[in-house]
Design a protein around this ligand. Structure first.
Ligand SMILES: [Zn+2]
Length: 125
């Protein structure tokens, strides 16, 4: 279950950014459609990995990053609409401009931390 390992590395990336006495209110992530991450598993992993840390009970907000390619033939960028209405799945990967095959993928496989929202404990009083 690689989501658990991911959750642990997320927590260890986040914790050094949290000032003493504050807690993490929200974690904003971008996850590529091809990253192969199940958000529900990641949420569960985070819940476990953040226990007893200032990131415990932080809300997770996930933005999906579409798959973007650079065509090797015509040099244009395009995004692939997975799960679209196209009849043929492999057709979805073609360059819409010149119909060349799958270009160079430059986004859609990554997971990045966009931002974390910090909450000072005493702001709640
Ligand atoms: Zn092309």
């Amino acid at each position: 279950m690689h989501e658990f390992a991911l959750a642990q590395s997320l927590i260890s990336a986040i914790l050094p950014k949290v000032p003493a006495g504050a807690r993490v209110a929200r974690i904003n992530l971008s996850i590529g459609v091809l990253a192969g991450i199940a958000v529900s598993s990641l949420e569960f992993g985070l819940e476990v990995a953040s226990k007893g840390t200032p990131a415990e009970k932080a809300e997770l907000s996930v933005k999906t990053v579409p798959l973007s390619c650079l065509c090797r033939d015509c040099g244009k960028e395009y995004s692939v609409n997975l799960g679209g209405s196209r009849a043929n799945e492999s057709d979805a990967y073609r360059c819409p401009h010149c119909r060349a095959g799958l270009g160079e993928i430059f986004s859609g496989r990554e997971m990045t931390i966009d931002s974390i929202e910090i909450e000072e404990n005493n702001s709640l009083l």
